[in-house]
Design a binder for this molecule. Structure first.
Ligand code: GDP
Ligand code: CA
Length: 324
């Protein structure tokens, strides 16, 4: 059974933990014979203080590798912030990014390898040698793609700011006119991405941000087309007309999509989606040519999350059979 999961950070990582539990994946395995290939969003990536930071790849890696700060959902457990404080004492900007000491070591390893010429995919593999996430973790691309948000500036014009600045510094409260993936059009899928999709028995879209996580993976040329040929089942990140955790509604608003399970499914479209899981709160959801099933979608704990993963796998198997 080969499964592909395009994923952002927290929502994707939590879903993956449930999926591993359901599939009985040894969480300490190297992922060399991977049942699960994760295509990680790299649109959130940013360079700060000369360090290349990949928040979503790291969230997946730390969560599945047992190093995550569980309460927060991102960053390392047992983290300290001495480096961040020392940088601030030098007056170094920005100060809004939560750069932890333990986390910094990851970014140093990554930046050093990249400076030596290794592509991000090779760097990610090397980092996973330590964390053993039990999945094959691939960045969506080795090329630089960065999500920027177009906001108003003080002089009545508009300017683009990095997604992280909009999301963390401004808490997504600055009205966003557009969200653009800088570099996406020229990017190529990372080695293994298209092959994994082609060989997949099922592609599961976890409850990740539809715009800046899944949308960013879909923006890499060739990925959407490959996914359209696969059996794809998505888990709605919207329950009862609200983003469960976080500020995904601000991203949806920026692209003119309503914050409903229905609108997100329509946004993905029937060419991409074969099946769509919604919460009982969104039972009326109906999209032509998409099989909709409902079950509780709140990832309240390992059991509930594994049940969501099971439902996604079952629906994918059913639809694949139907397609023949
Ligand atoms: P990131 O961590 O910021 O990179 O965000 P993700 O790309 O992982 O997206 C998080 C998305 O998952 C948000 O749109 C939330 O609405 C959604 N989400 C978070 N927790 C849950 C949950 O327990 N159930 C469901 N269905 N969606 C969730
Ligand atoms: Ca993210």
């Amino acid at each position: 059974m080969r499964i592909v999961v395009p994923a952002g950070g927290i929502g994707g990582a939590r879903f993956l933990r449930g999926l591993q539990r359901e599939l009985g994946v040894d969480p300490d395995s190297t992922g060399e014979e991977p049942a699960i290939t994760v295509i990680g969003n790299t649109g959130d990536d940013i360079t700060l203080f000369g360090l290349r930071i990949c928040p979503d790849l790291d969230t997946v890696m730390y969560t599945l590798g047992g190093g995550i700060n569980e309460e927060q959902g991102w960053g390392r457990a047992g983290e300290s912030f001495t480096v961040k404080e020392e940088l601030a004492a030098y007056g170094m900007q920005p100060t809004w990014f939560g750069l932890g000491d333990r986390d910094t070591a990851t970014h140093i390893v990554r930046s050093q390898m990249m400076a030596a010429g290794y592509p991000l995919s090779a760097v990610t593999e090397a980092l996973c040698d330590r964390w053993r996430p039990g999945v094959r973790l691939l960045p969506m691309t080795d090329d630089r793609v960065e999500t920027h948000v177009i906001v108003d500036d003080e002089s009545g014009g508009r300017r683009a700011i990095h997604f992280q600045e909009w999301w963390i510094r401004h808490r997504a409260a600055l009205p966003a006119h557009r969200i653009v993936g800088v570099g996406a059009e020229e990017a190529a899928p990372a080695p293994g991405v298209l092959e994994a999709i082609e060989e997949a028995d099922a592609v599961l879209l976890p409850p990740s941000n539809p715009v800046v996580s899944i949308g960013s993976v879909l923006s890499v040329p060739g990925v959407r087309e490959a996914l359209e040929r696969a059996t794809v089942v998505g888990v709605s990140p919207i329950i009862g007309g609200a983003a469960v955790r976080g500020m995904a509604d601000a991203c949806l608003k920026a692209i003119g999509v309503q914050t409903t399970a229905q609108a997100v499914a329509e946004h993905y479209g029937p060419e991409l989606l074969d099946g769509w899981l919604v919460d009982p709160a969104d039972e009326g959801t109906a999209v032509e040519d998409v099989a909709v099933r409902s079950l509780p979608l709140y990832m309240s704990g390992p059991e509930a999350t594994a049940a969501i993963a099971r439902a996604a796998l079952d629906l994918a198997a059913e639809l694949k059979e139907r397609r023949g």
